[in-house]
Design a protein around this ligand. Sequence first.
Ligand code: IVH
Length: 677
Amino acid sequence: MDRKKAEERIAKLRTEIRHHDYLYYVKDAPEVSDEQYDKLYRELVALEEEHPDLVSSDSPTQRVAGAPVDSFPTIEHAAPMLSLESDQSEASLRRFDERLRKGLGADFPVEYVLEPKLDGLSVELVYRDGVLVQASTRGDGRKGEGITENVRTIANVPLRLREKDHQVPPFLAVRGEVIMHSEDFEKLNETLLAEGKEPFANPRNASAGAVRQLDPRITASRPLYLYAYDILASEGVEVETQWDVLQSLRAWGLTVNERSQKGKTVDDILAFHGGLEAERDDLDYEIDGIVIKLNDLDARETLGWTSRHPRWAFAFKFPPRKEITRILSIVSSVGRSGVVTPVAMMLPVEIGGVTVARATLHNREEVARKDVREGDRVRVQRAGDVIPQVIERIEEPDRERGPEWRMPERCPSCGTKLVERGPFTLCPNGFECPAQLAGRIVHLASRDALDIEGLGDESAKLFVAEGLVRQLPDLFEIQPEQLMKLEGFAQKSANKLVAALEKASHAELPRFLHGLGIPEVGVAVARDLSRHFGTFERLRNADEAALQEVPGVGPRMAEAITTFFRDPKSAKILDELLAKMHLQETEPSTQAPGSVQPLSGQKWVFTGGLTALSRRDAQALVERLGARATGSVSKATDVVVVGEDAGSKAEDAKKLGVKTMDEAEFLAFLKGNGIEV
Ligand code: IVH
C-alpha cells in the first residue's frame, strides 16, 4: 500500500479501534466480537510495522509496556491534589452539612453529588490536545512520581480523548483512582501464592504495587482499572457543576463510576451511604465510604479551603473491616482439590457487621512468613468477597508465645501421608479422602453448579461420615428413608432434598461442568466450553490443541482440563455419574453465518423474584437466545424483567426509559420463542 493510502487507513483504523475500546470499557456495550476487534487491531499493527514513521504515541497499538526505568521522575501536579475531611460518624456529617449551609447562606439551594469512595490509588492524568502525555501518583499532594508509562498500560485509560460528543480542550488534568477488581485481585494472589510469593493484603495494595513498578511490563500484566472523578485543572473547559464534570469526563471516554448520584439533604446522603454499605460485599471493587461534594463549582470558591481540606467536600466513611483478635488454634482444612490450608480459629470478632471466627493463613510458608502461632494476637481483615485473612501478628513483648506451628504429616481427614507442592501441601488421596469428597459434593451442589437447595457443607460432611455417599454418583441414589435416619432430617426435608437431587440430575451441561471442579474452570469457562463442544463426550475427548480453540482457553487451562479427564479414577467416577444423570446437552452452534439468534447483542437484566423459574434459569434461557444477562441497568440495557419485590433496578429502568416486562410478559415472550417453562 502506498504511503498516503496507508496513512488514511491507519487513521481510520485508529478511530474505529478507539470507538470500540470506548464501547467496551466505558459503555460496557461492545458492538463487535473479539475476533472482529482483533482483526482491526492486527491490520493496524501490520500497517504500522510497514510504516514505522507513522506510529504515534496515541495509537491504540502503543498501549504496550515500555522499557524498565531505574527510578520515577518527580512531577509537580497541575493543581494540588488535596485530601478530604473524613469521618464515620453521622454527627460529623451533620456538622459538615450545617457548616456548609451556614457558609453559603440559608437561601442557597444546596445540591450535592454523592460518589462512592473508591479504595485505590489517587493519580493525575494530563492530556494535551486530547493526548495522554503524563500521569503521576498523588505523592505529597503537590508533587508525585511520574508513572506515565505504567498508566498507559491500563486498558480503560484513553490514550486519546474522544472528540465525538464533546470538544476536547487543549489542556486537561484529570484526577482519578486506580483500582483492581476483586476477582482480578484474587486471581493475582492465587498466582503469587502458587509461585511461592507473598500475596497482597488487599486490592489497594495490589494496585499501588502495580502502579509503582519500575518495569511497565509487570504493570501491564496486572489488571488495573481507572475511575475518573475530578478535573484538577484545565484550559478551555466550561463546566459549572461537579455533575457536568462527571458527564464531560465520561464523554471524553474516561470511565466514571456509574453509581454517583445527586442529593440535597442529609437524609439523601444517609440513604446513599446505607444503600452502598449494604451493597458493599456484592460490588466487584473495594469502596471504603462515600464522598459528598457540593455540586455548584462557583459556590465552592465561596467556601474555600482550610489548610488541608476543601470546605465543600466530605468523606463519609464506612466502619473499617479490620479488627484485632486472638488466635485460639490453627487447624488444617482439606479442600476439595486436596490442598491443605492452615486456618486460624479465633476469638469471634465483629468486622464490618459480620462475626468472624476463622481466617485463612493460605499455606505453610505464609504461616512461617507471618510468624503466627496459637495464642497470638493478630489483625484480621475482611475485604470484599475474600475470605477473612490474618494480616499480621501484633507484638506482645510480655507474653510467652507458644511453639512454632507445623503442618501435620498426615491428612487430618484420611490419614494419608501429605505431599508438598511448592508452598502448598496436598493430600494425594483424591476422591477417597472424605474431606475432599465432601468438598466436591458441596461444590457440585453449589448455586452456580447444580444448585441443589438444602445440600450444604454440613449435610455433605454428614453423608460422607455416615457412608451414605462413598462416591459422588451415590448422591443420586439417596432415598428419603435413608435421610430420615440422619440427624436434622424429617419426612418433609428428606423428600424435598431427594426431589431437588432428581431435578439436579437433569442439569444443563455448563452447570455440570462447573460443578465438577476442574482446576481453572469457572462459570464462564464452563459456559464457553459447553457452547463450543456441545456435548460432554466431545469435550472430554478433546485434546489440548482442540481445547485452545475456545476463546479464553490457554495452554495452562487446556492442560488442567485434559489432566482431569485422563485421570483413570476420575474417569470411572464420571462414567458412573453420567449414567445416573440426564444431562441436558446442546449441539455446538452450527449457525449459518449471517443467521442471528433472536436476542443477539442484547442485554437483559433480571430483578426481583420470579415464581415460575429461578432467576438463574431465566438468565440461562435468554442467554440461549443470544442475549447477555447482566447485573446492572444502564442505557445500554435492552430489557429489564421485573419480578416480585423488585428494588432499585426497576426504578432505574423507568428513569432511563428502558423497556420492562413483568413475569407474565416474560413467559409469553419465551413461549413465542418456542420455550415453555
Ligand atoms: S475527591 C478535593 N472523589 O479518597 C477532592 N476522592 O482523601 C479530593 N477517593 O485520596 C478527592 N474516591 O484518592 C474524591 N469519588 C472520589 C474518590 C476519592 C476515592 C480517594 C482519593 C483521596 C481520598 C480522599
